[in-house]
Design a protein around this ligand. Structure first.
Ligand SMILES: NC(=O)c1ccc[n+]([C@@H]2O[C@H](COP(=O)([O-])OP(=O)(O)OC[C@H]3O[C@@H](n4cnc5c(N)ncnc54)[C@H](O)[C@@H]3O)[C@@H](O)[C@H]2O)c1
Length: 432
């Protein structure tokens, strides 16, 4: 009995030839038809691939890329605004390019610099990682004190070059980044785009500038990753990131080392520990707990293995701002110019935390008191999506170098946040 199994060669690679010319012609006819059929299918797939709409892409779209195309800059009036915003009030004042100026930390740092007489020019791509209307409101706030935020992307090298042509920046306060630990599983490329490519794009322009600016930039406490030694010190290992966000910040620290080593750029990295406060970020727990508690929605509180406490070294925004200014004030000049190193330059990394970790359950109790609302708590196991169980900063290095000393406890800081939140979103006035 013959079966289809008969056509399979007994020895792999050897095929029994059918000598009949008719069968040969017949089979080549079918092969040709098959080939034509599959070529059409293949061509179809290629066409679909090229002409499909972006919304049907299996890859997540990168919000910061979208804004790269929308940036609109240039012209004499624009240059005048840029120059006037970056001009310090006094002769010794700094002229600072603040990237991520429409962000939470960027807005506060820009306002503080301007208040003390420095010139500030902002740069932000206003991406929609979280509600862009909050970024626009921060922009309006800064505009009232004479700060212009240029709308553009870090990766727009032509724009960066133009900004450095128009203004001789003494300092760059680099805060623009794709923030958030969990979002990295949804849109990993946005982290590569802003935190790696964007950083290199900025450093390339800074290295070529003449004179080169001194650069202070935001790294993150998340670089400590799976490190278990506490409190976290700058000397501890940071080679076990628990999220892509942390990995891109760690990469940033290594990239900073390279640009310092080759081009003489003065670089200071700041590892912020869970910053909170007015004008904060809606993707952070203290912010969305407040929103959901006011709406009567349940909130998820994570616990570690064996019911372990999840705690954070929450740091109030005003303390972070003092740390940023301290780092800028003690930053030495870059030593290179026009892309050439002339001598060794300063390279530093500081922890900026509060040094008193608070369990997330305590954060919720404080919010309950301030909002006069009982939280509907859902206790859940912490998912493995990049968060770590505990953060605690050792800040003695920043204390030594620029007398960094946080002064706001969580209770006081949250009170200020909640007051802002209720005013901004016009919620229940009876709370606080
Ligand atoms: N807030 C925290 O708790 C915390 C903790 C550790 C580190 N950090 C770091 O501090 C910095 C500021 O954080 P934040 O809380 O103000 O975040 P944020 O998201 O509010 O601010 C970042 C700003 O950068 C902008 N931006 C992002 N990618 C850009 C790009 N490619 N080009 C131009 N602009 C771009 C965004 O539009 C945003 O306004 C970030 O580098 C962040 O990673 C923050």
């Amino acid at each position: 009995m013959s079966s289809h199994l008969d056509n399979i060669p007994s020895t792999p690679g050897k095929f029994k030839m059918d000598k009949s010319p008719y069968r040969l012609r017949h089979s080549s006819y079918f092969s040709l038809a098959k080939l034509t059929f599959w070529s059409v299918v293949f061509l179809g797939i290629i066409l679909i691939f090229f002409f499909h709409s972006p919304s049907s892409s299996p890859l997540p779209s990168d919000p910061s890329r979208r804004s790269l195309r929308t940036s609109n800059w240039g012209g004499p009036a624009w240059e005048k605004r840029v120059r006037s915003s970056a001009k310090p009030r006094s002769r010794n004042g700094f002229s600072v390019l603040v990237t991520g100026a429409a962000g939470f930390v960027g807005t506060h740092v820009s306002a503080a610099l301007k208040r003390r007489g420095d010139g500030v020019l902002g740069l932000d791509n206003f991406n929609d990682y979280y509600d862009p209307s909050l970024k626009r409101a921060r922009q309006a706030l800064l505009e009232r004190s004479g700060i212009f935020i240029v709308e553009g992307d870090l990766n727009d090298a032509d724009l960066l070059i133009k900004l450095f042509e128009v203004v001789t920046f003494t300092h760059v306060m680099h805060l623009a980044a794709q923030a958030g630990v969990r979002y990295a599983m949804e849109n990993p490329m946005s982290y590569v785009h802003s935190n790696i490519a964007g950083l290199v794009s900025l450093l390339e322009v800074c290295k070529a500038a003449n004179p080169q600016p001194a650069i202070v930039w935001a790294s993150s406490s998340s670089v400590y990753g799976l490190n278990t030694q506490v409190p976290f010190s700058e000397t501890h290992r940071t080679d076990q990131p628990a999220s892509l966000y942390a990995a891109t910040k760690k990469a940033g620290e290594e990239i900073a080392h390279t640009y310092n080593h080759i081009y003489g750029l003065s670089l200071t990295g700041l590892r912020f520990f869970t910053v909170y406060g007015p004008w904060g970020r809606p993707d952070m727990a203290y912010f969305f707990f407040t929103r959901d508690m006011l709406k009567g929605k349940p909130i998820q509180i994570f616990e570690g293995p064996n019911h372990g406490t999840v705690a954070r070294d929450f740091t109030f925004i005003d303390d972070i701002v003092k740390g940023c200014l301290g780092a800028l004030d003690t930053a030495e000049k870059s030593t290179g110019s026009g892309g050439k190193k002339k001598g060794p330059a300063q390279l530093r990394v500081f922890n900026l935390g509060n040094t008193s970790p608070v369990p997330v359950s305590d954060l919720v109790s404080i919010l309950e008191r301030l909002l006069k609302v009982k939280a509907k708590k859902m206790i859940m196991k912490m998912p493995r999506n990049g968060d770590v169980q505990f953060t605690h900063a050792n800040i003695s290095y920043a204390q030594r170098e620029f007398e960094y000393k946080p002064t706001t406890d969580l209770q006081t800081g949250l009170k200020k946040f909640v007051r802002w939140y209720l005013t901004y979103y016009g919620e229940k006035k009876s709370a606080v």
